[in-house]
Design a binder for this molecule. Structure first.
Ligand code: ARG
Length: 466
């Protein structure tokens, strides 16, 4: 058995050690990034005179072949392939002979794994942001199609004031817009190439880190080799961006559960996005929405887990850092799956405008409009609040319907009673960014423009394959 470090050791590694320390079972997912990084590295080695043209070509051909074998599944892993870097280098050396043994010149797995992970994070954030934008597009479509449908807006889950359905849907859309922003920001900080940092201190060889950084499409190279190999901030930031996206999916999921409950009956799920019960034939369950709610817990756990792993690590590389990958991969997978499922659900859910309106048409939902009517006539708001509050209390106590009390009150009267008519209160919300028809029409425009600009930001892959 031959490990990468066998020269220094007399005995073979214990099986238990290999079983405990190996990461190839999951980091094989970094194979495309590992190969891209190796291509850029050998190009640089050739450029600075550390590899002849023939050696470069032999290693490059071996990398191509290794890539094909890995992609097709014919790659045969050896028991000593503890991680993807070891496996690739071992195979390249088998294929390219002596030239292959030069692949690792001036490089350590410490800078190599940091590079692979940065390439992965840049790609994963790009793809995830595109998925977020896909969900935002559906929310925009549904908002545009919602017309003047309105529902109760809630505080404390108590009916508060009516809002347009479009407004409610776009509230989730704007939260997702901040997620897209965070992904762009996290991606920019991941966009620094660590290759050339070596194990921790750089090298005595004439390496050119700027060259490898440029070849791989990075915006910059590392400034400090110790930082380059020990920094996993970019993973933590990606996990935070993903965790908050998961929280947003969870909050939307909770609304979907509420809207589709028998208690409120605001919406019905499409059959393709609902599940049945194994025992109760009548059931149609919102499992997608519930899992969107639940999986946020798992993704939050990955973020806190990684922060705990990083806390207290001395500079520079420590094997602890190998524990960065599984939380990252799982968070990316779960958030992307969730985004796609919720996108499909939201594209097909059927809202019931009559049920929405019926819930929003209780006369008390116009209480604030009555108070504002008094304010428009010159009364101080605190006084107006008390006047209307008194009418509401008397009405709830059974004295008379609110509309009658309003009409009979000399401070309010006929015109004010008109504010209680169905569908009127929502039209009174005129503040820019507010829940009524005029500001929502403007909001739809602004949201669409923002969406187009965000789609442009993520139209480039930001990863160049050498
Ligand atoms: N599999 C390791 C990781 O994921 C690669 C780096 C190992 N380096 C080392 N010196 N043991 O972090």
């Amino acid at each position: 058995m031959s490990t990468l470090w066998h020269g220094r050791f007399g005995d073979e590694p214990a099986e238990e050690l290999l079983a405990y320390t190996a990461s190839v079972g999951f980091d094989v997912r970094l194979a495309p990034d590992d190969i891209a990084g190796s291509r850029a590295h050998v190009q640089m080695l050739h450029r600075v005179g550390l590899l002849t043209a023939d050696e470069h070509d032999a290693v490059a051909a071996a990398l191509d072949r290794t890539e094909t074998e890995l992609a097709s599944g014919e790659f045969v892993f050896a028991p000593t392939d503890e991680d993807v870097h070891t496996a690739v280098e071992r195979r390249v050396t088998e294929l390219a002979g002596e030239a292959g043994a030069k692949l690792h010149t001036g490089r350590s797995r410490n800078d190599q794994v940091a590079l692979d992970l940065r390439l992965f994070v840049k790609r994963a954030l790009t793809e995830t942001a595109r998925d977020v934008i896909g969900l935002q597009r559906v929310l925009l479509d549904r908002a545009q199609a919602a017309g003047d449908a309105y529902l109760p807006g809630y505080t404390h889950l108590q009916r508060a004031q009516p809002v347009l359905l479009a407004h409610q849907l776009l509230a989730h859309g704007w939260a997702l817009a901040r997620d897209v922003d965070r992904m762009a920001d996290a991606r920019a900080r991941a966009d620094v190439c660590p290759l050339g940092a070596g194990a921790l201190a750089g090298s005595s060889l004439p390496l050119d880190p700027d060259h490898t950084a440029a070849t791989l499409g990075f915006a910059a190279r590392f400034e400090n080799s110790l930082d380059a190999v020990s920094d996993r901030d970019f993973v933590a930031e990606a996990l935070f961006a993903l965790a908050l996206t998961a929280v947003h999916l969870s909050r939307l999921g909770e609304e979907i559960v509420f809207w589709t409950s028998d208690e409120v009956g605001f919406a019905t799920l499409d059959d393709a996005y609902a599940t049945g019960s194994s025992m109760l034939p009548q059931k149609k369950n919102p499992d997608v929405a519930e899992l969107a709610r639940a999986k946020s817990g798992r993704v939050i756990g990955h973020l806190t887990g990684l922060l705990a792993t990083l806390k207290g690590l001395p500079l520079a590389y420590n094997r602890d850092l190998q524990e960065d990958k599984e939380p990252l991969f799982d968070s990316v997978d779960q958030v992307r799956l969730g985004l796609r499922a919720v996108t499909g659900l939201m594209a097909t859910i059927e809202f019931h405008p009559e049920a929405l309106a019926a819930a929003a048409d209780a006369p008390t939902m116009a209480a604030t409009d009555l108070a504002e009517h008094l304010v428009a006539g010159g009364m101080a708001f605190r006084e107006a609040h008390a006047v209307v509050g008194d009418l509401v209390r008397r009405s709830l106590a059974g004295e008379a319907p609110l509309a009658e009390l309003v009409q009979a009150d000399p401070r309010l009267g006929e015109e004010a009673a008109g504010l209680l008519d169905s569908g009127v209160p929502v039209t009174r919300r005129t503040t820019p960014g507010g829940a009524g028809p005029a500001p929502v029409a403007a909001q739809i425009e602004r949201f669409g423009a923002r969406l187009g600009a965000d789609a442009d930001r993520f139209s480039h892959d930001m990863v160049r394959v050498a």
